[in-house]
Design a protein around this ligand. Sequence first.
Ligand SMILES: O=C(O)c1ccc[n+]([C@@H]2O[C@H](COP(=O)([O-])O)[C@@H](O)[C@H]2O)c1
Ligand SMILES: Cc1cc2nc[nH]c2cc1C
Length: 337
Amino acid sequence: MLPQFDDLSRFRALLSEALGPDMAARTGAEDRNGQLTKPPGALGRLEDLAIWYAGWRGDARPEIKAPQVIVFAGNHGVTAQGVSAFPAEVTVQMVANFQAGGAAINQLARAAGARMDVHALDLDRPTADFTQSPAMSEEEVVAALRAGWRAVDPAADLLVVGEMGIGNTTPAAAIACALYGGDAADWTGRGTGVDDAGLANKIRVVREGVALHAGQGDGLDVLRRLGGRELAAMAGAIAAARVLRIPVILDGFICTAAAACLDASIAGALDHAVAGHQSAEGAHGALLERLGKQPLLSLGLRLGEGSGGALAIQILKGAVACHSGMATFAEAGVAEG
Ligand SMILES: O=C(O)c1ccc[n+]([C@@H]2O[C@H](COP(=O)([O-])O)[C@@H](O)[C@H]2O)c1
Ligand SMILES: Cc1cc2nc[nH]c2cc1C
């Protein structure tokens, strides 16, 4: 049973106490990898991925049978400052599209053989504009973390979390700037496609928000002050997966910013996560570098919804299929070099 929490300090404690990978399964997977019918290292990063997956699943010869994709949606008070190329009503409209099966993520999750769930978080109650006050109270951020935590199917063997939230590249940029420093312009991109004047305005908004909330607490406090409900729910789901030893594939800029809040609060909180892709949002590469994560794909996507993460399920499935299905040199009667 997954334990529950009522406040941020208990959430921190649960994440700090989470166990690491099963080292015996990992060593077993390394041994098996060394015996498979291929030149050593010839499957490149697929070999590391399979070994990483085996350790977290506690099985030296694992299979991926039950991937889960969860899309969280939230609305943002900061959209009143004109930070997006699209109106805020698109968030609820896209939720209906996800539910009807018409969005990109519906197709990509199906193509990857993944179950897909959608959770809309208080869309009629946007977060506060973070240039004026914290985006969320502790009660609100805890409710969103819990929504994410509870959305994870304990029987899933792989998790992708994605988001939908008009305006949410602004909180994501503010989080990155608050966590890692530098100028707001270094972390702020065009999101859904704001023009040059829109970008300058967005940089101002990020700069003001970061200045207002500077130096107040750890990564989870940054998430509360500058984030949003769908970002907190993604963080909650990633944390639950860490406790349940379910490997995670991260999606784009917003998902990675949410994950970075966990990493900044608790060392090792993202050891069970790989980067699915590098998004076209300008600062995503820098954010992944800060987390020490190399993206599996780089396809110029800037959609969110978990789209890049869902595509990367197929890479991980390929890695695990080779690892667990290939013959060894001895089994196949192939001479070793
Ligand atoms: O995943 C990404 O890297 C990504 C980059 C740019 C935009 N998005 C999506 O676009 C929306 C946010 O863009 P914006 O311009 O409204 O801040 C939100 O619904 C995200 O899912 C997502
Ligand atoms: C149409 C649309 C679809 C999206 N999916 C994720 N973010 C989005 C933003 C827009 C504007």
